[in-house]
Write a protein that binds this ligand. Structure first.
Ligand SMILES: Cc1cc2nc3c(=O)[nH]c(=O)nc-3n(C[C@H](O)[C@H](O)[C@H](O)COP(=O)(O)O)c2cc1C
Ligand code: SF4
Ligand code: SF4
Length: 246
């Protein structure tokens, strides 16, 4: 069983690829109740993005609520560059036999231009070449540690991650511009359930993971976060060989 969390599709694609290659099934953890699973004796996979060199809060909550001792468990973190010590921290409260990081296009639109160009395509192609090897190791239950932690990983996954969680998750800069059609997609996909529509326009509550699902996936490109996002492109995973995934 593979559980994934994914805002813009990178981790979902990785989870579905691994499930197909290993004859397993992949489930969206935001739509599942962790308490309803008994992991005893099973092969369990976790696939999710890295947020500020850490494990996203909804993933932590899901994993902490899982019960039972798996026969083999692995985690695959997708990230723009490096994972820091995120997976080591996850291993402190969830038994992990194997851990991997996979570099994928960076979707962090709040600070940078998302990787919709050549660099993003190269990352996806490299991931495609690497996934069969990862799947083969998982199928053999081969303990593996292939994580790109990067420099100063302890600092980044420690105080800097704490700073991100404390100071960089405000919803105050969010607004929908005149292109908003009132379709309601942003409200329905927000994993923090923080968006609601009033008179056909989205409003943000206080809780936010900064996952970028609302801003990157709004079909009208109408969501902004302060001034910086007005000229940036929106990112959603696309398989260069197959086009836009659903
Ligand atoms: C809030 C946030 C923080 C991020 N922090 C990191 C990071 O610390 N290191 C990194 O390499 N990528 C970072 N990224 C990039 C994502 O981990 C990467 O694009 C990921 O593949 C997105 O996965 P998804 O499409 O499944 O949501 C961050 C993205 C977001 C939205
Ligand atoms: S997804 Fe975009 S267009 Fe649809 S309600 Fe939200 S902001 Fe408006
Ligand atoms: S408000 Fe947007 S960025 Fe924040 S958790 Fe919801 S979908 Fe993600």
């Amino acid at each position: 069983m593979i559980f994934y969390f994914s805002a813009t599709g990178n981790s979902r694609w990785v989870a579905l690829q691994l499930a197909e290659m290993t004859g397993d099934r992949a489930f969206d953890m935001t739509k599942r109740n962790p308490a309803s699973y008994d992991l005893t004796g099973q092969t369990i996979g976790l696939v999710f993005p890295i947020y500020a060199w850490g494990v996203p809060e909804p993933v932590q909550q899901f994993v902490r609520a899982l019960k039972g001792s798996p026969a083999f468990s692995f985690a695959v973190a997708t990230c723009g560059q490096e994972a820091g010590r995120a997976l080591d921290k996850l291993g402190e409260y969830f038994p992990l036999n194997s851990r991997y990081s996979i570099v994928m296009p960076d979707n962090y639109i709040f600070w940078l231009e998302p990787e919709n160009g050549e660099s993003g395509r190269e990352k996806v192609e490299a991931a495609k070449k690497r996934l069969p090897q990862i799947a083969a190791e998982i199928a053999k239950h081969k303990p593996t540690d292939e994580v790109h932690r990067g420099k100063m990983a302890a600092l980044k996954s420690g105080p800097i991650n704490e700073g991100f969680n404390r100071f960089a998750r405000s919803t105050r800069p969010f607004y929908a511009d005149t292109r908003c059609t009132g379709c309601g997609l942003c409200a329905s996909i927000c994993p923090a359930h923080t968006i609601h529509l009033e008179n056909g326009k989205p409003h943000w509550g206080k809780s936010c993971y900064q996952c970028t699902a609302c801003i990157n996936r709004c079909p009208a490109g109408a969501i902004q976060y302060g001034k910086g996002t007005r000229k940036r492109t929106r990112y959603r995973f696309t398989d260069p060989d197959e086009g836009q995934n659903p």
